[in-house]
Design a protein around this ligand. Structure first.
Ligand code: AKG
Ligand code: FE2
Length: 312
């Protein structure tokens, strides 16, 4: 048996009653009530066209132009077939994913903590939102079926949400986001070391296969997202999701921005091990943290302090 989990109120068993009470007390704006009810029931909510096209265009320009600042970005190294991270190079690159772009891109900050998102996070968290791991995908990375609690670690694992934002219209077969509706209600998956974090003693393929089998056995409908530019898909800690298997060429564009968030009442797990990476960069009603860059920074462009190695 594991100890009772600390969860967001939206993931609590009595969340529908809590929502009714909060609405009665005037704590939830009318426009947000339906979104919260959907999040509670389904584990996700979709906001079509929530991000302005001009802001998306600014972010895409930063992504496509990042080679102009060699070494300033932390990226995947998939071309070399490794899962180790590297610093960005000086040639145009539309293949690798960029980590924590919000440090060096004002547009990435404005997208990740867009007022629509920040306001909703404040309702869900009842605290200041901290954006703490951002992945800018230029194409699908082919993620297997997972719950973010396994790979995006927070001190209280369930105090976690994420957004997936389309920076272009998604093409079918490009590795679109897929998820199991209502799968956030599954019993918590506990790994070999007794934690909710995937670790050295765990088998990735077995984990993915087991999770998928459990979703099917419980009859959670599988869905994919043919998102349009500017759409925001918001999900909670334990929603089971994946990159839907790609049918098109590996380099097919699927520009999208994923950001993970926790409330300021907890901390990203790496804070334990990297005190120099506990800094926060305030932004609007929220803030950013980074495992790779030292924050806060007054620089318009900051160099990674831990740019290579295994992802945290
Ligand atoms: O974009 C995808 O295909 C999946 C991304 C994902 O699961 C994540 O970043 O947590
Ligand atoms: Fe994920």
């Amino acid at each position: 048996m594991t100890a009772a989990q600390v969860t967001l109120w939206t993931d609590a068993l009595d969340a529908p009653a809590q929502l009714r009470r909060r609405c009665d007390e005037g704590l939830v704006p009318a426009a947000a009530a339906a979104d919260l009810a959907h999040l509670i029931a389904h584990g996700w909510v979709l906001w079509p066209g929530a991000i302005e096209p001009a802001l998306i265009d600014r972010l895409v320009a930063d992504v496509r132009g990042h080679h102009r600042y060699p070494g300033m970005f932390v990226t995947t190294d998939h071309r070399n077939g490794t899962s180790v991270l590297k610093r960005s190079g000086g040639m145009p690159d539309a293949f690798e994913s960029l980590f924590d772009l919000y440090v060096n891109s004002a547009a990435a900050r404005d997208v990740a903590l867009h007022p629509r998102i920040a306001r909703f996070l404040a309702l869900v968290f009842q605290a200041r939102p901290i954006a703490f791991q951002q992945l800018l995908f230029q194409r699908s990375n082919g993620h297997q079926v997972h719950q973010d609690t396994a790979f995006v670690a927070v001190e209280e694992p369930m105090l976690l949400t994420a957004t997936w934002i389309a920076l272009e219209d998604v093409v079918e077969g490009s590795g679109e986001l897929g998820w199991y509706d209502r799968s956030h209600t599954m019993a918590p998956h506990v790994f070999a070391d007794g934690s909710r974090r995937f670790g050295a003693g765990d088998d990735g393929a077995a984990y993915a296969a087991g999770l998928e089998a459990a979703c099917r056995a419980q009859g959670f409908p599988y869905r994919t997202l043919l998102a349009k530019k500017g759409d925001v898909f918001f999900w909670t800690a334990d929603l089971v999701h994946r990159s839907h298997p790609r049918r098109l060429a590996p380099e097919t564009s699927r520009l999208s921005c994923v950001t993970h968030y926790c409330p300021s009442t907890t901390a990203p797990f790496w804070f334990r091990f990297h005190p120099e990476h506990r800094g926060l960069q305030p932004h609007g009603i929220g803030a950013f943290a980074s495992a790779y860059y030292r924050l806060p920074t007054a620089e318009a462009l900051a160099a990674p302090a831990r740019g290579t190695g295994r992802p945290t």
